[in-house]
Write a protein that binds this ligand. Sequence first.
Ligand code: ATP
Length: 893
Amino acid sequence: MKEYLATAVDVLDELGSREESGLSADEAAQRLAKDGPNKLDEEKKTPLWVRFFQQMADPMVIMLLVAAAISAITSAVQGEMDIAEVAIILFVVVINSVLGVVQEAKSEEALEALQQMSAAQSRVVRDGKTVHLPSSELVVGDVILLEAGDSVPADCRVLESASMKIEEAALTGESVPVEKHANAISLPAESDDVALGDRKNMCYMGSTVVYGRGRAVVAGTGMDTEMGKIAGALSEAKEELTPLQVKLAELSRILTIMVVIICAVVFVVDLVRHGSAMLAQPKLILDTFMVAVSLAVAAIPEGLVAVVTIVLSLGVTKMAKRQAIVRKLSAVETLGCTQIICSDKTGTLTQNKMTVVRHAAEDVEEHVRAMALCSDAKWDVEAGVAVGEPTEAALVADAAKEGQPKSDLDDEYRRIDEAPFDSGRKMMSVVCETPSDRIVQYTKGAPDEVLKRCTKIRQSDGVVELTDEMREEVLSQNKGMADDALRVLASAERAWDQVPSSNDAAFLEQDLTYLGLSGMIDPVRPEVGPAIKEAHEAGISTIMITGDHIDTAVAIAATLGIIDDRSEAITGAELDRMSDEEFDRNLERYGVYARVQPEHKTRIVEAWKARGQIVAMTGDGVNDAPSIKRADIGVGMGITGTDVTKNVADMVLADDNFATIIGAVEEGRRIYDNIRKFIQFLLSANLAEVFSVFIATVIGFTIFQPVQLLWINLITDLFPALALGMEDAEGDVMKRKPRNASDGVFAGGMGLDCVVQGLVITALVLASFFVGVYFDMGYIHIADMIAGNADEEGVTMAFITLSMVEIFHCFNMRSRRASLFTMKKQNKWLWAAALLALVLTVVVVEVDPLAQMFGFVPLPGEAMAWALVLAFLIIPLMEVYKAIMRRVEKDQS
Ligand code: ATP
């Protein structure tokens, strides 16, 4: 059936549904079982084994495999098939791939869970009641409600449209919104179909409602929709790399290239040195090759990128538990740099639980009725509560209290037409037929706006002309309420002789008769005051942006500690009169922007960004999308937010709460700190390895085999690094200024830290090596070592010391500067990781045949004690280093 050619009644008949009551829950369940969920097919996931092998397409891995192959071939040529080396390299390569796959899976899992949490919801009529359901549960025949900001969840035939305009660019390429109606469309002459863009009584999945509201019946779901026909399959949500990941990948790449060059040079130099002797002796070539490979392995932080991704994904999951749903991994990093937070007032700083507490009207009954009639909220007689958007629910509840329940009013007054609320106009109007068959329009909205359009006023003795004094009087009543932090709305009416010829707002909203004011409280959220204070201490400024009246805004902002007085507040109209230069000069003065239009938000974001500040901006309405997009962190509202804003947001607040943003900032800072901690941990180890191998090669002996270094980089170091990523926030995370967004990972002297620590570890490792040689020989004789006579003890000791240093050093890295002994809480993950690393080290050193494969020999107890003592020295040495750096940094500041 072509639903657009038929009347709404016929379509409903055909689909077996009814406009008022929709489908029954049973019927819907049956249809869902038959037709499947309302979702586009997802692209097939790459199978696990393919992903596993994809991980191997990495220069480092290829190099290792080549090394393994060469090693195998040469040993085979020499007739002594030694598979240990090959086996270990293959093992490490497999571990590396597994890690890569786990890492990918973790971040995908986190993102998928988040997508589910922020999955689209629809308002559906089932069994005569309006319920919220995940859009995936919609079935053909469901009656749904649409309003500005909604994404259309399925293909539907419009049943009712209150100036509903829909933007369908995704389907038709036409970006100008189309106004929809409920009438049947007749076929144009000489054609047998109507173009998609001309089906003005249909709305299609993937388009958005930008104005008005409406009701529609679902005619196609899932792959049966127009979208499904085009899309074929929804491509998997691929996450782009975060700036940090990009920088680290870059670092790895540079290191790899450098290492390859160095290795080639070392190899060639050796070839030249040994000359033709070398060519005759494959073993020599192999040794030189292995040194080169050792250097390469030593220099490249194999696990780094994987650990960063895992820690970011874990962070995202943790943030979700704190009600902040991050939609892009990169937001985690940016959050930590946030300097300015621009927040809506209603619902974010306040509870959005409105209650009317004051009236100012001569005919209260008429005023209260006008307010209720001009609201879309309903009065639930049984429950005795108003249901709907909070402002309107407050007005409807107020009317019920005054003896005029909306349920009765709805029966008596028939709504003929309406001009829906929009935050630009700050008003809404309805046209009704009264019980006495008169046509009356009711308007409600921001008092200043409504009053501008009034020419008369209703007084106890009838309607009179509105004089300037009366206007002043109303405005001062308004101010009185606003100063007490009340949100104030005015009502007005207009009598018509006949049904107005247009429902255009500008046409309706003029020549009105003023009725009265209602003032409602909207208590501030108790946790917001402390959150703003915390933000302030963390060097983050909070700015309130609201559509509400300036006096209300100032009163609330002052209670919350955002501003001290009125001089720090400005209205949208005042802002309009300011040039960009003037605004920029005064930017820092303003903590409150009142009576703004959504466009002002973009201007405010731009102004702060022009100063190089990192700005977070909240938004909920249809028109907030541009400013949310422009902000560094666009924050959407989970409860009151429209689909449009949620879809462009970097982060969605599940509880709409300002305090959640501050929590997320803290998480962002903690995660970034932790990433720096383990980067330092891993890189100082890599540097120590490079220094050791380099020094050993220059002197002419072998200290580490590639497989030994691989073991440390990929097995011993990995778990402590991950555990460091789960460190709690240090005490001062929210006491310091935001970090500079342009700072690199190594900012603040971290590069120096890495080098110093690398050198200290090198010294310990070399010392251990020589002690080992001494224990074996009773003396240290370089020539013997070069001849390869006495290095096994040394190698074993150096390996034990390096592994143990890493196990101790991960505790040092819990804080870059604070003493380990001042850390109050313990990180249980770190203890577990250290224990695991210890077990792995013992196993590889002590358990044959593994130890033999790695080339380790049993050590006398005394030697072992030396290796451990040397390793332990890293703790006091680092304490001294941290103390010195604390002094230096204090002097500097
Ligand atoms: P915030 O921007 O902090 O969320 P807000 O809710 O006041 O504040 P808008 O929703 O843009 O912002 O509303 C702007 C103004 O429009 C309000 O101050 C109020 O005077 C008026 N208003 C709000 N809701 C309605 C409504 N349903 N009908 C008529 N007027 C309304």
